[in-house]
Write a protein that binds this ligand. Structure first.
Ligand SMILES: [Zn+2]
Length: 337
């Protein structure tokens, strides 16, 4: 076996198959000029792009990316002359940004082997911007590496997709995120387990939430409301529906959370292991519900939340939809501790 200069240890969490794919291409001298990194928001696409840029410009003669040479360090800090992150301005990547980028592409790299350009949030690019990029994709200068990131590829022109090597990054397994939070970000184990479970496999989201409690506090408040509602009279429930209807912008997130809560209750009612539930910090109240409510009532509550979510998307009167939901949640006395 020949010696391999490029290694698959990129010091990023997950996405191993994509790292191996790129490493293999680098070692075989078959690097493409444009890659499209797709995957849901906060999954680690830009982190991947940065490590990719380190690999192609690393100065090590032994193992690339080394993480410690000038090119690796400056790229990590965002200060490397041949590494440029282009963000969409406002909500869309503008044609002027692509034109300006195209002009710099013709220039030789300042010190690296490649001039690496990362175009972030390319799913928001305007049609004209995509059109302008196509010309570059047709005849890319040999020293250029273009990395496009997109939350979805549905909005992209087929001609863009066909000229890029597509790498679709998938959500990471929950244990991978949990371990990374504990070992690399020093998050306390029980908290790391909860954040990992709630992350939907998005490492970027998990890191952000581990540093800023706001999202977790909001979630706790919304679950408290649901648990309190179960013990309340009709009159109090209608009052709650009125309060909820005033915060319409947050309702889809709140209802999605309540949906996951009832799904957990249903899992426990069917004697599924606690480890499989999403809202593991609520296992005590969820277990009480699973024991004291009829399975059919739990199922009906889950359906009612789902139906309310659909109604909101269809612009049904918010207050009416919430009133109806309140009547369909079972009446239960659970002790919240
Ligand atoms: Zn290096």
């Amino acid at each position: 076996m020949s010696y391999e200069l490029y290694r698959s240890d990129w010091r990023i969490v997950g996405h191993e198959w994509a790292v191996r794919h790129v490493t293999h291409a680098l070692n075989a001298g078959r690097l493409r000029h444009a890659y499209l990194l797709s995957g849901i928001a906060r999954i680690g696409k830009t982190t991947f792009a940065r490590a990719f840029a380190q690999a192609v410009n690393c100065l090590s003669e032994v193992a690339r990316p080394c993480g410690v040479c000038r090119a690796c360090k400056l790229t990590a800090q965002g200060n490397y002359a041949d590494f440029t992150l282009i963000e969409s301005q406002g909500n869309a990547l503008k044609i002027e940004q692509i034109r300006e980028m195209t002009r710099t592409l013709a220039l030789r790299p300042v010190e690296g082997r490649y001039r690496v350009l990362v175009l972030r949030r390319f799913h928001e690019a305007s049609l004209q911007a995509m059109d302008a990029l196509l010309k570059t994709l047709e005849e890319p200068p040999p020293h250029v590496l273009l990395l496009l990131t997109a939350d979805t590829t549905e909005t992209l022109l087929p001609t863009i997709k066909s000229r890029c090597q597509m790498l679709n990054l998938r959500p990471l397994p929950v244990p991978t995120i949990r371990e990374a939070l504990i070992t690399q970000y020093r998050v306390e184990p029980e908290r790391a387990a909860l954040i990992a479970q709630l992350s939907g496999g998005r490492m970027g989201w998990a890191i952000e939430v581990s540093r800023d409690d706001t999202l977790l506090k909001q979630r706790a408040e919304w679950l408290d409301w649901l648990e309190q509602t179960l013990g309340e009279s009709r009159a109090l429930r209608f009052e709650r529906a009125r309060q909820l209807s005033e915060d319409r912008a947050n309702l889809p997130t709140l209802l999605a959370l309540w949906q996951s809560y009832w799904r957990d209750a249903l899992l426990l009612a069917h004697h599924t292991a606690v480890a499989t539930i999403t809202n593991r910090d609520r296992r005590h109240t969820l277990e009480q519900i699973a024991r004291s409510a009829r399975t059919d009532d739990i199922y009906q509550a889950l359906l009612a939340v789902r139906r309310t979510l659909r109604y909101l998307q269809a612009n049904v009167n918010t207050r009416l939809a919430l009133d109806a939901l309140m009547l369909e949640l079972p009446r239960l006395h659970i002790s919240v501790s």
